[in-house]
Write a protein that binds this ligand. Sequence first.
Ligand code: FES
Length: 90
Amino acid sequence: MSDTTTEADATEGDGPVIDGVPVTLNGRAIVAHQGELIIEAAERNGVYIPRFCYHRRMEPVGMCRMCIVEVDTGAVRRCCPAACSSAPRT
Ligand code: FES
């Protein structure tokens, strides 16, 4: 028995299992980790979102609204959550 996992082992159904949320960030496809905040996923992928009240060592409070981002869910109305207190959703 092998203790390594291959891509073939991680497949289920039609394709590979993605551990995270697929997101398009400024036109580029990325995967946000489960529970990761938008501001964290963006920063991990080289996009800095301006912030005042967010610090990675503190609980997010979402008070200043400096980090508001546009989220296109495909719905008619686009929504603008605070990136420091919102996680990407499918
Ligand atoms: S940094 Fe203040 S609301 Fe996000």
